[in-house]
Design a protein around this ligand. Structure first.
Ligand code: 13P
Ligand code: SF4
Length: 363
């Protein structure tokens, strides 16, 4: 979803980085009692340094849910993360996204209309068996509400296997969206056979499947993907193996299955940080995730050799829109009592989406 971002004006555009940093620090101090800054691990350093709490999607969602003493939560992530935070926080708290153009292309690949239509077709084709919907947290509030209403759950890259197990205990099939790759990697890790996993192609009748294939399937995957993690290829894994047999390869589960299968380990951003930071001095790593996180790992672990798995810079360009000047702009306005770029989910959607988010937090 691309929202309109107002022009913040030359006062912010023309400032040098050091001046912006000084002004952000001063505003943060002024707002101390009232403000919480949350930052996802893919955030650029110039913003990340001002975080009160950093984390992966699960950690940040849990933190937003448990923080009820701060009226202003500035979320330096992307739109779906700020929406989840708004759903999980109180009515007296405002969640703010410094640049409204910070969306997630993967989340935009599953619209409510498309998913509802697919759900209807799927229910008709699959016969009487119960289907449980599972949505990755990288989805709109409207999609989470749909899932809440249909008895399903949200998942993140930290708990997708656990949520999938929960869903398969309750239904005959799972409809998993929007990320094909997280869904496939998690299903295969649980021992589900590749022939029991089918792909639902958005623009085709029955998602491009026969009614028989749908009846046989255990897991039906939406054909969404992350534009950043799709840049990692099995060839990169082979090249690293040939170049340095000592290198350990760790990737995010949004990568294609062939990349995950060729790696030594995979996990959410939080788990990647834990594995790399906890490894002995001298360890060598090739990391398949967003470049800001890989560069930070390399800087914070000078006793290890840390590289990107890909020779190209895999940047989440939408997350990158949260620049220091936008952070300063929202903080300047907060000091003057003005809330800019508040992310609000309408109460009916929020109520249903919260059911799906709470289920995940309980599982
Ligand atoms: P994590 O939950 O691992 O932080 O992933 C979020 C995300 O958007 C990765 O692309
Ligand atoms: Fe979305 Fe991929 Fe960016 Fe994560 S890295 S926010 S999935 S585009």
């Amino acid at each position: 979803m691309v929202l309109q971002q107002v022009d913040i004006g030359s006062e912010f555009y023309e400032q040098a980085e050091e001046i912006l940093a000084e002004r952000i620090a001063a505003r943060k101090k002024e707002l101390e009692e009232k403000l919480l800054i949350l930052c996802h691990h893919y955030q650029q350093e110039a913003v990340y340094r001002f975080a009160d709490m950093t984390g992966d999607s699960l950690k940040l969602a849990k933190h937003a849910a448990s923080c009820n003493d701060k009226p202003y939560i500035v979320f330096c992530g992307v739109h779906f993360m700020a929406e989840s935070a708004d759903i999980l926080t109180g009515d007296d708290q405002a969640v703010i996204l410094p640049d409204l153009r910070a969306g997630c292309p993967m989340a935009d690949m599953a619209t409510l209309d498309d998913v509802s239509w697919a759900w209807k077709e799927l229910e008709e084709a699959s016969g009487a068996g119960r289907i449980i919907p599972v949505t990755y947290i990288n989805s709109s509030a409207a999609i989470k509400a749909f899932v809440g209403e249909q008895g399903g759950s949200v998942c993140t890259s930290s708990n997708a296997e656990r949520v999938l197990t929960w869903a398969l205990e309750r239904g005959e099939k799972v409809f998993f969206f929007p990320d094909e790759h997280l869904g496939r990697n998690s299903a295969i890790a649980l021992g589900i056979k590749p022939e029991e996993i089918i792909l639902w192609k958005r623009d085709e009748h029955l998602g491009g499947n026969s009614a028989e294939a749908i009846k046989q399937a255990k897991v039906i995957l939406w054909d969404g993907y992350c534009t950043v993690h799709m840049q990692f290829a099995a060839a990169h894994v082979r090249e690293w193996r040939a170049k340095d047999p000592e290198v350990r390869i760790i990737v995010h589960p949004e990568c294609r299955h062939e990349v995950v299968a060729g790696s030594d380990q995979y996990g959410s951003t939080q788990n990647i940080i834990k594995a790399v930071s906890g490894s002995p001095p001298g360890s060598k790593w090739a990391v398949g995730t967003e470049i800001n996180l890989v560069n930070r790992l390399a800087r914070l672990n000078p006793d290890k050799e840390i590289h990107s798995l890909s020779p190209f810079q895999c940047l989440c360009s939408t997350m990158y829109r949260i620049k220091p000047k936008y952070l300063l702009w929202v903080l300047d306005n907060l000091v003057q009592g003005e809330v800019k770029n508040q992310i609000t989910v309408d109460p009916e959607t929020a109520k249903l989406a919260k059911i799906a988010l709470d289920r995940m937090l309980e599982i």
